[in-house]
Design a protein around this ligand. Structure first.
Ligand code: CA
Ligand code: CA
Ligand code: ZN
Length: 438
């Protein structure tokens, strides 16, 4: 049950150690310029592993016999933060419930994730209750699709990089219990989103103190844009509608539409924040809660006036940030590909000038250091098909890959010989490190 060791291990461990840049807040990720000292971190994230590399370890998952109804308990170990332990649990069917409980020994702080046989993320969790100090992971998933070989992944938590120092992060052992029951009925939760450009007061996001958001005013991003507020608002809405056209989401604009009667989530545009471009309540697995909030601190883009972004570029930037935060409210995690809307970080140029999309991307290693996120599929499984006829417009982005037979635990792939990344990066985020799990 111990991993391959390779001659590049020392180098890879050193790479990760250099990534341990402390950040100001422990429960949210601040917006910040990243300077020269973080070039190594940028290398590992801005030049992520390929999709093939990210899913390669899944062919070597260790088989574990999960009863049709009941539980299995087993022990495992991890020797470095680069390592992942993957367990093949066999076939699962839609509407089965899978519950995973992990106990790290001697304070080992782990994270866990469930994947399809193709290495596509189903759900991830680092801490059962981050705010409550329960740092063992916990997963409780009603399966939404059949899969020929469900995979459970364990890795050492990376939470200490954000200031959480509880527990051990070097190596250790854990015990896992996986339970299966037949009570995994689920409902799709379509989403209406209110894009609020008129400001708000007493807004609460996650565990942040309540705050007010000023009305959207392009002139407070740059005096050059003072006459473009309405134009930029309309462009933001149009671009977000384009991003979400394939999904069961209705976007309403506060200055064009009537407020909806039923459940909706609100995305506020306005104000400035010294730490964030955007904030979202949490990563809401399969959109369990259709009444949430996110804030896009539009005026923060004024920090990048040196780029002299046009009105169109500012609208693109705000639409990218808003679609990212909304992605969290719909259940999406961070991706490693900087061209994916769910990238955890991007350069200012990428934010302004790249029309990012929800795609198929290796996971951000803080979510899990192996596997991919297929955002279109996850959105469809959360929100339901786009029309009442069951005709989804979502293309399945990965063709089937056969799950190979068992092998050993595997190192998470990483490419330490990356090219020089852009020096300036922005963090887009945003959210509590961990999803609260019931
Ligand atoms: Ca944890
Ligand atoms: Ca939600
Ligand atoms: Zn984010």
């Amino acid at each position: 049950m111990f991993p391959h060791r390779t001659s590049s291990e020392a180098r890879m461990v050193a790479l990760v150690a250099l990534c341990a840049i402390p950040t100001a807040a422990c429960d949210v990720l601040p917006v910040e310029w990243v300077f020269a000292a973080s070039r190594v971190q940028a290398a590992s994230r801005l030049n992520p592993i390929s999709i093939d590399e990210a899913v390669a370890p899944f062919a070597h998952a260790v088989p574990v016999a999960l009863p049709q109804v009941g539980s299995v308990t087993f022990d495992g170990g991890l020797t470095s933060a680069d390592e992942v332990a993957l367990y093949a649990l066999g076939p699962v069917a839609a509407r089965e419930r899978i519950i995973v409980e992990v106990a790290g020994r001697d304070g080992l702080n782990t994270m866990a994730a469930l994947f399809t046989s193709r290495g596509e993320l189903i759900d991830a969790n680092d801490d059962r209750s981050y705010y409550g100090g329960q740092v063992d992971p916990f997963l409780n998933v009603a399966m939404r699709a059949d899969d020929p070989n469900l995979v459970l992944g364990l890795a050492i938590s990376r939470a200490r990089y954000f200031g959480l120092n509880d527990g051990r992060y070097t190596s250790g052992e854990f015990r896992v219990t996986v339970r299966r029951s037949l009570d995994g009925a689920f409902q799709y939760v379509p989403q209406t989103v209110w894009l609020e450009f008129g400001g708000g007061s007493g807004i609460r996001i996650a565990q942040e103190p309540a705050f007010d958001v000023a009305p959207f005013d392009a002139g407070r991003i740059s005096g050059r844009l003072a006459g473009d507020t309405g134009y930029i608002r309309d462009l933001i809405v149009a671009k977000m509608r384009d991003d979400l056209a394939a999904f069961n989401v209705v976007l309403l604009s506060s200055d064009r539409d009537a407020r909806p009667a039923g459940n909706y989530s609100t995305v506020y545009f306005g104000g400035a924040n010294a730490r964030f471009l955007g904030l979202a309540d949490n990563v809401d697995s399969f959109n369990g809660n259709p009444r949430q909030s996110a804030v896009i601190f539009a005026e923060t883009l004024g920090l990048f006036e040196a780029l002299r972004p046009s009105a169109e570029a500012v609208a693109q930037g705000l639409a990218n940030i808003a679609a990212h935060e909304l992605g969290h409210l719909l259940g999406l995690e961070h991706a490693a590909d900087p061209n994916d809307l769910m990238a955890e970080a991007a350069t200012a140029e990428q934010i302004f000038f790249v029309d990012a999309t929800y795609g198929l991307s290796p996971l951000d290693p803080h979510v899990f250091p192996a596997g991919v996120q297929n955002a279109p599929t996850l959105l469809e499984l959360a929100l339901g098909p786009v029309d009442g006829l069951g005709n989804s417009t979502v293309a399945r982005m990965m063709s089937g890959r056969a799950a190979a037979p068992a092998g050993m635990q595997f190192r998470a792939g990483r490419n330490p010989s990356s090219e020089s990344p852009p020096a300036k990066r922005l963090r887009l985020c945003d959210r509590p490190l961990s999803k609260q799990k019931r």
